[in-house]
Design a protein around this ligand. Structure first.
Ligand code: ZN
Length: 131
């Protein structure tokens, strides 16, 4: 699957966002090493704190289905060309399950995509082997 195809899945799932408070819909598409894709959208809450980002929805869906080996995630938020990088909490969740070369695919702001590694987005992460 190309980065563009994965990003298109993230864009498509934005319609399932439940974001009545921010009005900022986000979609994520998580590619597993076996080729399976899990999608997620952000889910907000009137109490704010229980709000969950699209990336974590995708990860938790996949992990709860037994997946542990991931290749890439695409994240699409706001308007189609908005670059929507994952928040710090989502980056830490990625660090729990992914290696430094895990790919994060975002809009490049000009109709294309840009690929980053988890190491670029979270260079000094807290990995499980620190415990
Ligand atoms: Zn997040």
């Amino acid at each position: 699957m190309t980065d563009r195809e994965l990003f298109s899945l993230a864009v498509a799932v934005k319609v399932r966002s439940y974001s009545p408070y921010s009005g900022f819909a986000v979609g994520a598409a998580l590619l597993c090493a076996d080729g399976t894709v899990y999608t997620g959208s952000n889910i907000e809450n009137a109490s704010y704190t229980p709000t969950v980002c699209a990336e974590r929805v995708a990860f938790f869906k996949a992990v709860s289905e037994g997946k542990r080996d991931f290749t890439a995630i695409a994240v699409a938020g706001g308007e189609s060309d908005t670059t929507c990088p994952p928040c710090g909490v989502c980056r830490q969740v990625m660090a729990e399950f992914c290696t430094a070369d895990f790919a994060v695919v975002l809009s490049d702001g000009n109709g294309g995509t840009q690929r980053y590694t988890l190491a670029q987005l979270l260079p000094f992460r807290f990995p499980a082997d620190n415990l």
